[in-house]
Design a protein around this ligand. Structure first.
Ligand code: PAF
Length: 282
């Protein structure tokens, strides 16, 4: 099936309007490209739920803390278009930076509290960039449903909260993290790993799975879980742990004594590549 590549907001709105007039519901899968099986799972979900599927591809400068990180972000437009075609995406929206930000932005969306912890504590301004661009995309596409992966668990929680707080008429649908057979969570950034870093990166899912199993076996002390996790990273000189936290799944506030469901989330650096992952426990 043909995927139409659209670069202008006006062009996209015209396509979506036509689909609505045909009585189709609209699904939106926002991405920054370098599509992998995790994105494909979100597209498949949208395809199953909605009559018309829009994927967006915009490497959003506002959510990058450093210019160098933005420049290093993998880009593969032709391969991304091929993924969209194979999965039956109707429109791939690929706006230029000048289309999304024709002038220096002066209006932003800030979700307080949820964005101060976990990745937000280490990436000031990142979530403001995410929520601002997602808000813009939701206004441009006006989908019935928008799809986000659980791999970016904090992003998902922040977007859900924004939608709730601002009464946006969209259903946020999430999909489970897709992993390589050895457990590494799929991420566009994995493309930047050397073979040695890729092998070392396995400490991240392994530490999380070990913590999940420890909770299932009765461990209730978050500090003990953090200490055990640190040992996985101590054995991997190519990997530097940034945080390993046990948090409430909704408020994302740190939990010291586990008394119900929690999310265990971690971030680590392999060279200049930042990796994140999380699991549910409790
Ligand atoms: O998860 C991503 O790829 C991005 O943060 C998103 C949601 C497309 C916003 O730029």
């Amino acid at each position: 099936m043909a995927t139409l590549r659209v670069e202008s907001i006006g062009g996209l709105r015209a396509r979506v309007r036509a689909a609505r007039e045909e009585g189709k519901s609209i699904g939106c899968v926002p991405t920054m490209g370098a599509l992998h099986a995790g994105h494909a799972a979100l597209i498949d979900r949208a395809r199953g739920d909605c009559g018309f599927v829009v994927a967006t591809l915009f490497v959003n400068p506002m959510q990058f803390n450093e210019r160098a990180d933005l420049e290093r972000y993998p880009r593969s437009l032709e391969a991304d278009l091929a993924v969209c075609r194979r999965r039956g995406v109707d429109v791939l929206f690929v706006p230029a930076e000048t289309e999304m930000y024709p002038r220096r932005a002066t209006t932003f969306v800030d979700v307080e509290g949820l964005t101060d912890v976990l990745c937000g504590a280490f990436r000031p301004g990142h979530f403001r960039g995410v929520t601002t661009v997602v808000m813009k995309l939701l206004h441009i596409v006006v989908p019935d449903r928008a799809y986000f992966g659980e791999k970016d668990y904090q992003q998902l929680a922040v977007i859900r909260r924004m939608v709730e707080d601002l009464n946006l008429p969209v259903e946020i649908v999430s999909a489970a993290t897709v992993r390589e057979p050895d457990g590494l969570a799929l991420s566009s950034r994995n493309r930047n790993l050397t073979a040695e870093q890729r092998a070392a990166a396995l400490a991240l899912p392994r530490a999380l799975q070990a913590a999940r199993r420890a909770v299932a076996a009765g461990e209730r002390n978050a500090a003990a879980l953090r200490r055990a996790a640190q040992r996985w990273f101590d054995r991997e000189p190519l990997l530097r742990l940034e945080y390993f936290e046990i948090v409430d799944p909704e408020s994302l506030q740190q939990v010291e004594r586990i008394a119900g469901p929690v999310r265990i989330a971690a971030a680590a650096w392999a060279g200049k590549t930042r990796l994140i992952d999380n699991v549910a426990a409790g």
